[in-house]
Ligand binder design. Structure first.
Ligand code: TRP
Length: 320
C-alpha cells in the first residue's frame, strides 16, 4: 500500500522544544519515506477562540518553525485550510455520516469544552473533528502522526471513511494514528508545557531568552543532582531536556553535574539547549518573508490540486 502522511498544527503561537521532540523531529524523518502533507490548520483556530488579530503572523511563524527544523518544502506539501476550498467542501457530505450523539461523545471535545473560556460553545466545537476528517481524507492520508488527545479525531475519520465507502463506493483508505514513543517534556515551572504558559522554550527563542527561561526554571535545594522523576520532577525534567538535546540518557547528564547543584545543572542545560537550537536558528534566518509567502503559495497550490481531484471523486460517487 502507498502510504501518505498527513499531520498539522493550529497556528496559535510559536512551536517549542516539546513540539520538536514530540513530533517535529519525526516529521523530518517521515518526509524522506512518504509523500507528506503538513497542514497549518487556520480554520480550526476559530473553534474555541476569537481569531487573533495576528493570525497572519502566527501562520508565517508556524511556517518558519517548520522550515527551521528542517521540514523540506520540496518534499513536503505545507498548506493551510483557508487556501483550499475543495477540502473544506468535503465537510458537507462528511457531516451527514456522523450522528449528533457520536459528535457529543468525543472525549477530546468534551475536555476542550470543559476548559474553554468562551461563554457559549459553538457548533464548530462539535463538528471540527469531522472537518479534521476532511483534512486527512482529502489527500487520502493513511498515516497520521498525532498525540494521544487526537486519537478520537482519527477514530471519527475512520468512521467517516468507512461509512462513505459503504454508502457510495470505495473512495477512501482508513487512516491510522501514528504515535511515537514521545518523552513527555513538562514546562519549566513543572506544569504542562504550553505555547501560551510562558514555561516553554520556543524554537525561535534567542540565546538570551533561552538562558533567562532556564534561569527561572523550578528546581530543588538538593546539591547532588539525580534523575528521580517521582521525587524530583523538576530536576528530572531539566535532565530529560538536556538528555534529549544531547541524545543521551538523562541519568548520564545527572552524573555529569554530580554535586554541582541547581546552578551547575542550569548552566549545563542552557549550554546544551543553545547548542541544540543554534542550527535551527541559523536555518530560520535563511528565509525571508517573501520566501515564506512563496513556499506557502506553492504548497497551497499542490494541496488544492489534490483536493480538487478528491472532491471530484466524491461528487461522482455521490451522483452529483
Ligand atoms: N487538531 C490538531 C491540533 O490541535 C491540529 C490538526 C488539524 C490536525 N487537522 C489535523 C492534526 C489533521 C492531524 C491531522 O493539534
Amino acid at each position: 500500500m502507498n502510504d501518505v502522511v498527513l499531520t498539522g498544527d493550529r497556528p496559535t503561537g510559536p512551536l517549542h522544544l516539546g513540539h520538536y521532540f514530540g513530533t517535529l523531529a519525526n516529521r523530518v524523518k517521515l518526509q524522506d519515506k512518504y509523500p507528506t502533507y503538513v497542514l497549518i490548520a487556520d480554520y480550526q483556530v476559530i473553534t474555541d477562540r476569537d481569531l487573533p488579530g495576528q493570525i497572519q503572523r502566527n501562520i508565517t511563524g508556524l511556517l518558519l518553525d517548520y522550515l527551521a527544523v528542517g521540514i523540506d518544502p520540496e518534499k513536503v506539501t505545507i498548506f493551510q485550510h483557508s487556501a483550499v476550498p475543495e477540502l473544506n467542501q468535503l465537510l458537507l457530505p462528511f457531516l451527514t455520516l456522523v450522528s449528533v450523539a457520536e459528535l457529543r461523545r468525543n472525549p477530546t471535545v468534551k475536555d476542550e469544552i470543559a476548559h474553554s473560556s468562551q461563554q457559549a460553545v459553538s457548533g464548530l466545537m462539535f463538528t471540527y473533528p469531522v472537518h479534521q476528517a476532511a483534512d486527512i481524507l482529502f489527500c487520502k492520508g493513511t498515516l497520521v502522526p498525532v498525540g494521544k488527545d487526537q486519537l478520537p479525531h482519527v477514530e471519527v475519520t475512520r468512521l467517516v471513511a468507512r461509512r462513505f465507502n459503504e454508502r457510495y463506493g470505495e473512495v477512501f483508505p482508513l487512516p491510522e494514528a501514528m504515535m511515537g514513543e514521545r518523552p513527555l517534556l513538562k514546562g519549566l515551572d513543572g506544569g504542562k508545557m504550553g505555547k501560551s504558559r510562558g514555561n516553554a522554550i520556543a524554537l525561535s527563542a534567542s540565546e538570551d531568552e533561552t538562558a533567562a527561561l532556564i534561569r527561572r526554571a523550578r528546581t530543588d535545594p538538593d546539591r547532588l543532582i539525580t534523575f528521580d522523576e517521582t521525587h524530583r520532577p523538576e530536576v528530572a525534567n531539566l535532565l530529560t531536556l538536556a538528555g534529549l538535546c544531547l541524545g543521551r540518557p538523562p541519568q548520564d547528564v545527572a552524573a555529569e553535574v554530580g554535586h554541582g547543584g541547581a546552578a551547575a545543572l542550569k548552566s549545563l542545560v542552557t549550554e546544551v539547549v543553545n547548542d541544540f537550537l543554534r542550527p535551527i536558528r541559523a536555518r530560520r534566518v535563511r528565509y525571508t518573508e517573501a520566501d515564506a509567502r512563496r513556499i506557502l503559495a506553492e504548497g497551497n497550490e499542490r494541496a488544492r490540486e489534490r483536493a480538487i481531484t478528491t472532491l471530484g471523486e466524491v461528487r461522482a460517487a455521490m451522483g452529483f
